[in-house]
Design a protein around this ligand. Structure first.
Ligand SMILES: NC(=O)c1ccc[n+]([C@@H]2O[C@H](COP(=O)([O-])OP(=O)(O)OC[C@H]3O[C@@H](n4cnc5c(N)ncnc54)[C@H](O)[C@@H]3O)[C@@H](O)[C@H]2O)c1
Length: 281
């Protein structure tokens, strides 16, 4: 059962990935009437779209899969056009496409071509997606919601959530490409929030630490002692489950988050707060 309720239509970018697949199920389960699953891996997008149908609660729920390359503005525009054709409007967008650098290497050995590849997929893609969806959101009516004793509220024209990383607000050694791209997601999020706030389009970012998807498993291979470090994390002592990231994104799209705009929601079980020290008796 979803922790939050929404209605309206969704575009998920990177929808075939570990987090993207869970986002699809979570948005469907929370009441989204239609979800467009965009990924460069079309088969994975189809699988995620099919999987979402069994948990969707909207009677007329529609799941559509499309191949998109987020580094290509034309491909992104075609994805957004398809969403408009299928749904008529776009209420929520989650940017979850992403890659890591091919290798963890010291700063002075960073490969420029790989830096560009990571930046284009993780950061520049968000410019393309946001520009395309904002044109649609600008032109659509604000959504309204009946909050019972709080009355009928205007929800604005849309909510965009960007998945950054704790490496978007901190750094680890040997990951300059990934770290730079994720810091740029913060800039894109804040610029989007201030430029579109008068139009009722909100934009926020979530910054998870290590999530239980193939991306983290690959990092375990590169940094063998990482697993032990994560198991010692102050609160959780484990990887984040993909549904926990999806729930944070979902929350930012609910009426409860209407006042949250240009913000960063960190999911890191105190990693950035600091090391745990024994309690003083
Ligand atoms: N897994 C983690 O530990 C972790 C932690 C913090 C942040 N994140 C971020 O969360 C997001 C999702 O990560 P994940 O763990 O689900 O990884 P994943 O590899 O499972 O999913 C990423 C998806 O992006 C898609 N993609 C890659 N290049 C693309 C392109 N050019 N066009 C369209 N789609 C493309 C892939 O096909 C894949 O389905 C990424 O932005 C990642 O940086 C992940």
């Amino acid at each position: 059962m979803a922790a939050f309720k929404i209605s309206g239509y969704t575009i998920l970018v990177g929808a075939g990935g570990g987090i993207g697949t869970e986002l699809g199920a979570s948005f469907a389960e929370a009441g989204s009437r239609g979800v467009l699953f965009g990924d460069i891996n079309y088969d994975a997008a189809v699988k995620a779209a099919e999987g979402s149908k069994s948990v969707a609660i909207a009677k007329d729920y529609k799941a559509v899969a499309v191949k998109v390359d987020v580094t290509n503005a034309k491909s992104v525009q075609e994805m957004v056009d398809l969403a408009v054709k299928e749904f008529g409007r776009i209420d929520y967008v989650v940017n979850a496409a992403g890659v890591d650098g091919r290798k963890n290497v010291p700063f002075d050995q960073a490969d420029v071509a790989d830096f560009d590849r990571v930046f284009d997929i993780n950061a520049k893609s968000i410019l393309y997606v946001t520009q395309s969806v904002a044109k649609v959101m600008k032109a659509q009516e604000s959504a309204k919601v009946d909050l019972g004793r709080h009355g009928v509220k205007d929800l604005g024209r849309g909510s965009i959530v960007n998945i950054s990383s704790i490496l978007g607000i901190s750094a680890l050694p040997n990951k300059v490409a990934y770290i730079t791209s994720k810091h740029a997601v913060g800039g894109l999020t804040r610029a989007c929030a201030v430029d579109y706030k008068s139009l009722g389009i909100r934009c926020n970012q979530v910054c998870p630490s290590w999530v239980d998807t193939p991306m983290s498993h690959e990092e375990y291979n590169r940094i063998p002692h990482l697993r032990g470090l994560i198991e010692q994390l102050p609160a959780a002592g484990r990887l984040i489950a993909p549904y926990e990231v999806a729930s944070a994104c979902l929350y930012l799209c609910t009426p409860a988050a209407y006042y949250i705009n240009g913000s960063t929601l960190t999911l890191d079980s105190c990693v950035l707060v600091g090391p745990a020290v024994p309690a003083v008796e």
